[in-house]
Design a protein around this ligand. Structure first.
Ligand SMILES: [Zn+2]
Ligand SMILES: [Zn+2]
Length: 600
């Protein structure tokens, strides 16, 4: 007798079940550490580079980093029997609609639980009706304002539900795919290969992944591509084009073109559509029609209609049209074609321009590595300076540094800097803090303590849902504090998970420009805060920026490219960013340098 065949779950579906478990436990107020374990498992599975079913079949669930015994057993239950009794028990206790309510921005698990228990609301539709009818204000601590916020949150939630993948998940998967494809083929089979589309432009979220390659053996490339272990589904199988679905549900298309088509094809598949339209219009004016293979004469005075021109590189194509090559990050039709024509495109910042980090964490607050471990890793990466900026007190969820802890850090930093100097190593640790901007705009550490620090980052982590006026005033107060050097992740957004605060960025950036407060581009791909567009605005207003990894562990030091490419999307040059400068020059650009020198 054979068991009835179970519907096959993909990684994303398995991840969703574990995320649900975490959410249900949150609503039920279960152990925080267990909840975190389930949330981490969900994220790990969603980003896994192999089919979870294959890993399971190979008995290798425990080899996945971050999957412990308890969770491995539950994955096994799920994939073997189609259900998890523990999950079923949780779902029996909480109506499904209550979990959905919890996902409404500004609601969260505690409020969802109260709405359900005290007002008997068990779903988003019911919540919407109750808020519209003014019923939520019956709940202690809630008023007309909360109802307004809930209605707005429901709207946001509906708008957000699309299939785009955050770049921080999409990029490693796509890069891994290319590496695996290359190693699956004899060397030399592929002459050129690149990510195209929004990934090449470093957009914050990605739809489908587009890969473009040059090879004289396209069929072999197609076969190897479709045979990749990541391909859980084949969506298209041609001689030059194939499409697969990855375990997380993301679609990847590959196209193999001839070498002479590379320039036009790469431009075509990189987009954006709006950029391509602008370039095509320019071609048309010159008597050419531009397609994915070539320029074809179409009304050109010197070439009979239908004559093709091919380009082995994008540079050659742009040059033929009288344009400078446009970096992919700029291809959004925001003035780049005109600038390319006038030869006035900026020389964009590059990864190698960054020489120091101004925002990082250690085990003194919520970091995973000790100060010494972080310093060693930073040095190995080639940084010249590194600001240790653990959270100040005032951030409820994590322990923070107070004056005493800062003194301990200072002693350790002085000792390590002494060792570096003695060994002739060109690397300096700085002591700073990520000072919490409290609800009233004061900071988590007093001014006389801040005055003793090298670089002070000030950030808002709580009360992000204050109204526009309140949160803007709160932030302005911090920006105007002479001891605050850098405004950290200004909007507080988490891409795909938390909307930015309602802060009036225009006013805040103006104040930063006036006071000389540096504005951060936080490189963590979950944040990318400021975004490229706002970074560009900040520079227009006269601000300087810093690109920071905000690393909470050694491996997060590798997140820097996300920040640099975001800066490039904002048209930034190295001169706009202070941590491209040598240490002394960078310190000289901080606003309270003079005050501090007196204080020391
Ligand atoms: Zn922060
Ligand atoms: Zn931080």
């Amino acid at each position: 007798m054979t068991a009835p065949e179970l519907p096959r779950l993909n990684n994303r579906q398995v991840a969703e079940i574990f995320a649900d478990i975490g959410d249900l436990m949150l609503i039920l107020g279960e152990n925080r550490f267990k909840i975190i374990a389930y949330q981490n498992a969900a994220r790990t599975i969603a980003e896994l580079n192999q089919d979870i079913n294959a890993v399971h079949a190979a008995g290798a669930l425990r080899d996945i980093p971050g999957i412990g015994q308890a969770i491995a057993e539950k994955i096994d239950e799920l994939l073997t029997t189609g259900s998890i009794p523990f999950y079923n028990k949780l779902t029996e206790q909480v109506p499904a609609g209550v979990v959905a309510m919890m996902r409404v921005p500004d609601v969260g698990p505690k409020t969802a639980k109260r709405l359900w228990e005290e007002l008997d609301i068990t779903g988003v539709e019911g919540l919407k009706a109750a808020a519209a009818a003014g019923r939520i204000r019956e709940l202690k601590g809630f008023g007309a304002k909360s109802e307004e916020k809930i209605l707005k949150g429901i709207e946001l939630l509906a708008r957000r539900q699309n299939d785009r993948t955050p770049i921080g998940s999409a990029r490693p998967l796509a890069e891994g795919l290319i590496a695996d494809l290359l190693s699956a083929l004899p060397p030399g089979t592929i002459q050129k290969i690149e990510l195209a589309g929004s990934l090449r432009r470093w957009r914050e979220t990605i739809g489908d992944v587009d890969i473009l390659a040059v090879s004289e053996q396209p069929v072999a490339v197609m076969e190897a591509f479709r045979a990749l272990p990541q391909a859980v589904d084949i969506l298209g199988a041609g001689d030059r084009k194939s499409s697969i679905a990855l375990p997380n549900g993301m679609q990847v298309d590959i196209r193999v073109v001839e070498a002479r088509h590379w320039g036009a094809a790469l431009a075509y598949f990189t987009g954006s559509q709006a950029h391509n339209v602008a370039v095509r219009e320019r071609a048309q004016k010159q008597g050419w029609s531009l397609n994915e293979y070539s320029l074809t004469s179409d009304g050109h005075p010197d070439f009979p209609d239908g004559t093709d021109r091919f380009f082995e590189t994008e540079e050659a194509l742009y040059a033929f049209l009288g344009l400078d090559w446009v970096a992919p990050e700029l291809r959004e039709n925001r003035g780049e074609v005109q600038a390319a024509r006038q030869h006035s495109l900026p020389r964009l910042i590059e990864l190698a321009d960054i020489v120091g980090e101004l925002h990082s964490h250690t085990t003194f607050s919520d970091g995973k590595a000790t100060l010494e471990e972080m310093a060693a890793a930073a040095q190995a990466k080639g940084y010249e300076y590194w600001n240790v900026s653990d959270h100040s007190i005032g951030l409820g969820v994590t322990q923070g540094v107070d004056a005493g802890a800062l003194a301990e850090q200072r002693a350790e930093i002085d000792r390590l800097n002494g060792e570096y100097a003695a060994a002739g190593i060109d690397f300096r640790l700085l002591l700073g803090t990520e000072a919490e901007v409290l609800a009233d705009g004061t900071l988590g550490l007093p001014d006389d303590v801040l005055a003793t620090l090298d670089v002070v980052v000030a950030s808002i982590h709580t009360g992000l849902r204050q109204d526009r006026e309140t949160i803007t005033e709160r932030c302005l107060k911090a920006v105007r504090n002479p001891h605050v050097d850098i405004l950290g992740h200004p909007t507080g957004r988490l891409i795909g998970r938390r909307e930015p605060s309602e802060i009036d960025l225009e006013r805040v950036l103006q104040a930063c420009a006036e006071t000389g407060t540096i504005v951060e581009i936080n490189a963590n791909p979950a944040r990318l805060d400021l975004s490229g567009a706002y970074a560009r605005r900040a520079v227009e207003l006269g601000c300087k920026l810093a690109i920071n990894c905000d690393a909470h562990s050694v491996d997060q030091i590798d997140l820097l490219p996300y920040g640099v490419h975001t800066a490039r999307r904002g048209w930034l040059t190295a001169a706009d960013v202070i941590n491209t400068r040598p240490l002394d020059e960078m310190l000289g650009m901080l606003k309270d340098r003079n005050i501090r020198n007196i204080a020391r």
